[in-house]
Design a protein around this ligand. Structure first.
Ligand code: HEM
Length: 437
């Protein structure tokens, strides 16, 4: 725990964005291999992304797969789900072994499937994430955030991730699936291990931990599902009851589909939302002018809750663009095709670099600058097309309430040590960020 009166650590943009020569940019692009990342990449991948976008926007890597960094090319791929499959059976069999828990999990979750499984599961989930259902979550979310802020205030500080950012999604997603409060403790660890196993390169330890976490989560969920079958909730709000009951047409999920998609849901809204909140609060330390602007604006609007909400909504989308929680996505070409003037063969494995597309100067003015009043912001942080994030409204609500209430309560907060990065290429965020109020 952070000592309340520790000195503030000043983090500046210059520390994280060193300038780069044209020669260096070319060398970086030509050398880029997702499986052999440069040492400082995880701290600051953006110069590498910029070099790739300019020099080799559709780069074939040594393993034969393709790495895309331009906004327009990502949109082309996202739009064409008939050509670019999300099904990961081919890709994950050699990665995890086709009889492993990680393989069964990832190849059964909706995000890594095409129709018909994708469509069936998505419809069930979306039916419980309606605008009204999300609005109904707001009072509970405000109470939760305020109780975390009270605790932080009493301590004079704490850790932005452990004491705040990560404590919010675990409760929200726990509520969504009706996980009893005293059973939520292992959820974050499982989620980090299972999503961590999606990294481009895995150590045997990470793989073993991922497999063990799927098994433990399955064990846990079998009990939860059995209980809910006996005591169904309100399907208008309770996603688990909806997934169990299936559609009125009688199209039910199999037991494996049900359990694996519950695991996915519990994980999908977890690390991503933690990172949205954590990245935003760290970014504001790196951009003090933006922090001052946002505070002033919220103060000017203090008698107009709707205007404040709109200001925060625009700011949250800018945080999502600037430091996207999910930096990479994947697709596989089902037939020969062309993207951005480059011919891709059938079977081509494509990595979509969301983090790079979201800083593409062809799409965003002054893309390397955090502008919390950015007027138009069609970022790809939630993906795009048929697989676009099913929880985006919920994530935005969590972001607005958590970031807005934190800032208004602790306008002078400051980091007291350099934050610790999560160490992942796919999910961008921090493991720890000690601060004082
Ligand atoms: C800041 C927070 C979040 C970010 C950045 C994020 C990002 C994403 C992205 C990029 C995808 C698309 C993956 C692809 O096309 O391959 C996705 C899908 C998905 N997300 Fe989120 N997500 C967030 C929060 C949430 C939350 C809170 C939930 C749960 C309620 C959720 C549930 C889902 C689901 C179910 C899918 C799969 C949709 C499909 O395949 O049709 N996400 N998310």
């Amino acid at each position: 725990m952070q000592a309340p009166n520790a000195a503030a650590t000043v983090v500046t943009r210059a520390d994280i964005t060193p300038p780069m020569s044209a020669e260096r940019a070319r060398a970086i692009a030509e050398d880029f291999d997702l499986r052999r990342l440069p040492r400082d990449f995880l701290d600051n991948p953006f110069p590498v992304y910029a070099a790739l976008r300019e020099r080799e926007p559709i780069r074939q890597m040594p393993d034969g797969s393709w790495f895309l960094t331009r906004y327009a090319d990502l949109v082309t791929v996202y739009r064409d789900a008939a050509t670019f499959s999300s099904d990961k059976h081919v890709e994950f069999a050699p990665k995890y072994g086709s009889d492993s828990p990680l393989y069964e999990h990832h190849t059964t979750s909706l995000v890594f499937n095409d129709p018909p499984l994708h469509t069936r599961v998505r419809k069930l989930i979306m039916g419980a994430l309606t605008r009204r259902a999300i609005a109904d979550m707001e009072p509970g979310l405000v109470r939760l955030v305020d109780s975390l802020l009270d605790r932080i205030e009493a301590q004079g500080g704490g850790d932005l991730i452990e004491d705040f950012a990560s404590a919010i999604p675990v409760e929200i997603i726990g509520n969504l699936l009706g996980v009893p409060h005293d059973e939520r403790e292992p959820l974050r660890g499982w989620s980090l291990a299972i999503l961590g196993a999606l990294e481009p390169v895995l150590t045997p330890e990470q793989e073993a931990l991922g497999n063990r976490s799927v098994m433990e989560m399955l064990d846990y969920l079998r009990g939860l599902v059995a209980h809910r079958r006996q005591h169904p909730g309100d399907p208008e709000h309770d996603v688990l009851t909806r997934l169990i009951q299936g559609e009125s047409s009688g199209d039910k999920l199999s037991e494996v589909e049900l359990l694996q998609n519950c695991i996915f849901l519990l994980n999908a809204g977890h690390e991503t939302t933690t990172n949205l909140i954590g990245n935003a609060l760290v970014s504001l330390q790196e951009w003090p002018d933006q922090k001052a602007w946002l505070l002033q604006r919220l103060d000017e609007q203090r008698h107009d809750a709707e205007a404040q909400e709109q200001t925060l909504a625009v700011a949250v989308d800018e945080f999502l663009r600037f430091e996207s929680s999910n930096q990479l996505g994947n697709r596989r070409a089902l037939k020969p095709c062309e993207v951005g003037g480059v011919a891709l063969p059938e079977g081509a494995l494509v990595t979509l670099c969301i983090g790079a597309a979201n800083r593409d100067p062809a799409q965003f003015d002054d893309p390397e600058t955090l502008r919390l009043d950015r007027p138009t912001n069609k970022h790809l942080a939630f993906g795009f097309g048929v697989h676009q994030c099913a929880g985006l409204s919920l994530a935005r609500l969590e972001g607005r309430i958590a970031i807005g209430r934190f800032l208004r309560r602790f306008p002078q907060y400051a980091l007291t040590a350099a934050p610790t990065r999560g160490g992942r290429a796919r999910f961008r965020g921090f493991l720890a960020a000690p601060f004082r109020t």
